[in-house]
Structure formats: structure tokens, C-alpha cells
Ligand binder design. Structure first.
Ligand SMILES: *Cc1c(COP(=O)(O)O)cnc(C)c1O
Length: 230
């Protein structure tokens, strides 16, 4: 029993080291710990990992309370407006802004709590219509809106996207490429005076190498580090 646990522990550490060693220096690892226990997160923490991603509010709140305060928490899952308050209290960054209503709620609660929250707009790049997010034109319109101009506690730092769940590497690569091109377009146009708009969050366990080739600055990796989720 104990032996088995030790083996899985060292797996977490070695995977983190392996992934980090292969990432270019402008790309950071978010260890996605959803569904995994605090013991696994501690093991990753002891290996030097400080950025963690969670996607379910209740689980996030419970784990955050138990873990070291110098962890930088990124919320990456779909966020309902009635749970914004809880997330804003403890998150550093929210990757999954998928409506202007959600953005307005994050701003409202961040102002109240006197916190600064970094946000990424989630962009729909996959062929499945089940994934949340804006299309390119909706992003441009939102970034030029009065709402975005008026933000005080929220800083929009970039874009997040998820590729189609498929074995077709060419398709995945072209989806990441289109998001990366769009991100670069925004940096040269609407966001040209906003140097803080500098993050492109794309790539998960199965496709992060392709994402890095296309210019990702954050990869969100769960199962490769922590094992399959129950
Ligand atoms: C779960 C999740 C990940 C990590 O997925 P893995 O395939 O386990 O690496 C990344 N991004 C989002 C938005 C997720 O929900």
C-alpha cells in the first residue's frame, strides 16, 4: 500500500520536471488538479509547482483553504454568475470568461472585495458546439465595448481556447494556429496600447506540444501529471 503511494508521488514530481524542462521559457505550466486530492497538489507544490488550475467552484474553495497561500490559483472551468463571488475571493486569474454578463459580474465582485482579477476571454475554436466561448467578432466587439473600457478591478490579459477532441493532429494544429493569429491581430490593433494583454492559454495533456508550437504562453495540464481522473 505505502509503496504504491510513494510510486505515484514520485510520478507527479517527475512529470512536472519533465514538462517544465520541455517548455520554452515564455510558456508556463498550470497544473490542473481538478478531481485530485490535496495530497497530490502538495506533492506538486513540493516539486516547486506554484500555479494550479481548478474548474469546479465547490472543490476549488475547499482545496484552496487547505493549501499554502502562495499558490496562484487559476479558475479554468465554466463559471456560473451565481458562483462568481466565491471564485473572485480566491482566484488570481479566470481563464473562462465566456459572456459579457459574466465579465460584468466578476468586475462587480472584484470591486466589492477590493481585489484585482486577471481574466482571459474564452474563444470557441473547436468544431464541437458544446464548448463555451466567443467567436472572433464577438471578442472584438467586447474588447471595444463600454464595459471593457470601464473595468477597474478586472484586467483582460489574453485569450483561452480548447481544440476539438480528436486524433486529427492537423485539425488541432490549425485550430491553435487560428487562435494564435487572432491573438496577434488583437495585440496589433484593439489591444495595441495594453501590454498586459500578453497571455494565450491553449494546450492540455494530449495537445500541449502542438499548442506550444503555435505560441501558447500557458498550458493547462492535468492527467499527464496527476493521472486519470475518477
Ligand atoms: C480538465 C481541463 C484541462 C486539463 O485536461 P487534461 O487533459 O487532464 O490535461 C485543461 N483545461 C480545461 C479547461 C480543463 O477543464
Amino acid at each position: 500500500m505505502e509503496k504504491k503511494q510513494n510510486l505515484s508521488m514520485s510520478h507527479i514530481k517527475s512529470k512536472i520536471n519533465e514538462i517544465k524542462a520541455a517548455l520554452p521559457k515564455e510558456c508556463r505550466l498550470i497544473a490542473v488538479s481538478k478531481f485530485h486530492p490535496v495530497e497530490s497538489i502538495r506533492e506538486a507544490y513540493d516539486a516547486g509547482q506554484r500555479i494550479f488550475g481548478e474548474s469546479r467552484v465547490q472543490e476549488f474553495v475547499v482545496k484552496q483553504a487547505e493549501l499554502p497561500k502562495d499558490i496562484e490559483w487559476h479558475f479554468i472551468g465554466h463559471l456560473q454568475t451565481n458562483k462568481v463571488k466565491q471564485v473572485v475571493a480566491i482566484a488570481d486569474t479566470i481563464h473562462s470568461i465566456d459572456s459579457s454578463k459574466l465579465l460584468a459580474e466578476v468586475e462587480r465582485y472584484a470591486l466589492k472585495a477590493d481585489r484585482k482579477i486577471k481574466c482571459l476571454l474564452q474563444v470557441h475554436i473547436a468544431q464541437e458546439d458544446t464548448k463555451f466561448g466567443f467567436d472572433f467578432q464577438e471578442c472584438r466587439e467586447l474588447l471595444e465595448s463600454d464595459l471593457v473600457r470601464s473595468l477597474k478591478s478586472v484586467e483582460i490579459v489574453g485569450l483561452m481556447g480548447m481544440a476539438t477532441y480528436t486524433d486529427n493532429r492537423e485539425l488541432i494544429k490549425s485550430e491553435f494556429n487560428s487562435l494564435s493569429s487572432f491573438y496577434n491581430e488583437l495585440r496589433q490593433t484593439i489591444m495595441i496600447d495594453k501590454p498586459s494583454f500578453c497571455e494565450l492559454s491553449m494546450g492540455m495533456s494530449d495537445d500541449y506540444k502542438l499548442a506550444v508550437e503555435e505560441g501558447s504562453t500557458y498550458v493547462r495540464i492535468g492527467s499527464t501529471i496527476f493521472g486519470v481522473r475518477q
